[in-house]
Design a protein around this ligand. Structure first.
Ligand SMILES: [Zn+2]
Length: 409
């Protein structure tokens, strides 16, 4: 699975070519964990001389190490020296800011997530938040045994529309944020590049690189967060669409009720199936006034789920309606894209098994039989930490590419 179009360096730019070749070698080391120089050459298509020179450079810089001779060799002659990446030569961090909880994951240089922590989401004044967030992240780095000086990249995942290039969050109503620069202050505090992405992108990266979708080619990663959206993987590549909003599942119309959506239309899936919509509708059915924004750290969505499990028929009905809407939108997507796998991430973790099963079965029942026959619908293996884990892996990917490409402009 590749996350970005491969760049083919032109012969006119030897420095760029060298840098790209170096990334190819690092990529091979990261994937194989231990590998000979000859195998790196085979895997990357680079000449043995180029590989030797780059590996020599990585050894000198402490990025890679030799670990001894291979115990057996398929070819005649001397057994090959194996090389591996030094896991601790650098670290990356993923931060996912949700309305109630903020989750942080630290990964090492070979993409092993070594620590995940969950804290209450801070009061949402951005200047102060960035400072406090930097403090929280430093604490988690300490818990992971990772030196701040070795932190090479941070990805912050937000539940909204994000302008990745500028590092500004464009519209994150769930957090009450408008066009706010979160990356700048964090970079200043932590001394490394920060990229802001949408939480769906982070969730999808986690599933594709280290989750349920790791071996799949055609996948829908459905993110049940503050808004509902999907990442589309088609033939092993993330599909972004003409204007980058492919997968806006939350704006599929699923109900005739005149429920106003943030997009300006009515009856969108987001109006019945986000945690906030579910909480609001549950309160309406109980005759309670609409909840004001509070500073409480407890997610009221969990109360609705618990009530449904304790025979509160309103809660059960609201969750069932949400599930029905999700299933309807997904069935249409399945017929259009014919995926082999749907991975549901985020808030789906909180859904009781019977509700999840009902959604999965509805999708299979409503899709074309041939599409349904090839399809599995599963939950993420990583629960609520999936976003932060994915953000950390995305950070590793960004650090490996030339990050200045992403944060410039
Ligand atoms: Zn909408």
């Amino acid at each position: 699975m590749s996350l970005a179009a491969p760049k083919t360096p032109g012969p006119s730019d030897p420095a760029m070519a060298r840098r790209m070749n170096r990334q190819l070698v690092i990529g091979a080391l990261r994937r194989q964990r231990e590998i000979s120089r000859a195998a790196v050459a085979e895997e990357t298509g680079l000449t043995p001389a180029t590989v030797s020179s780059i590996v020599g450079e990585l050894l000198d810089e402490g990025i890679a190490r030799e670990i001894g001779l291979a115990s057996s060799t398929k070819t005649r002659g001397r057994p090959a020296m194996l090389v591996q990446m030094v896991e601790s030569h650098r670290y990356v961090a993923g931060v996912q800011i949700g309305r109630w909880k903020t989750r942080m994951a630290i990964a090492d240089a070979i993409g092993q997530v070594i620590r995940v922590e969950e804290v209450d989401t801070l009061p949402l004044d951005v200047k102060g938040s960035a400072r406090a967030l930097a403090g929280q992240l430093q604490r988690v780095l300490g818990l992971a045994g990772a030196a701040k000086s070795k932190l090479s990249s941070i990805v912050v995942a937000l539940p909204g529309t994000v302008e990745t290039r500028s590092g500004r969050s464009v519209d994150v109503p769930a957090l009450g944020w408008g066009a706010i620069d979160i990356a700048g202050p964090l970079t200043k505090k932590l001394g490394c590049p920060v990229v802001v992405v949408e939480d769906t992108q982070a969730a999808a990266t986690g599933e594709l690189l280290d989750g349920a979708a790791r071996d799949a080619k055609n996948v829908l990663v459905v993110n049940l967060g503050e808004q509902l959206s999907a990442a589309l993987v088609i033939d092993g590549r993330l599909h972004e669409g003409a204007t980058g909003v492919a997968g806006a599942l939350g704006h599929v119309r699923v109900t005739d009720r005149p429920l106003a959506c943030g997009c300006g239309r009515t009856g969108c899936l987001d109006t019945v199936a986000t945690p906030d919509a579910i909480v609001t509708e549950h309160r309406r059915r109980l005759g309670k006034p609409r909840r004001r924004r509070t500073t409480a750290s407890r997610d009221p969505f969990l109360d609705v789920v618990r009530a449904a499990q304790n025979d509160d028929e309103h809660a059960a009905a609201v969750l069932s309606e949400a599930g029905e809407g999700i299933a309807r939108a997904l069935a249409a997507a399945v017929n259009l894209l014919n995926p082999e796998l749907i991975v549901m991430t985020g808030g789906v973790e909180y859904l009781p098994e019977p509700i999840f099963e009902t959604i999965a079965q509805r999708v299979l029942d409503s899709a074309h039989p041939d599409a349904a026959a090839a399809l599995r619908v599963v939950r993420s293996e990583h629960g609520m930490s999936g976003w932060a884990r994915g953000a950390a892996l995305l950070a590793l990917h960004h650090a490996a590419e030339d990050l200045t490409d992403l944060i410039a402009a």
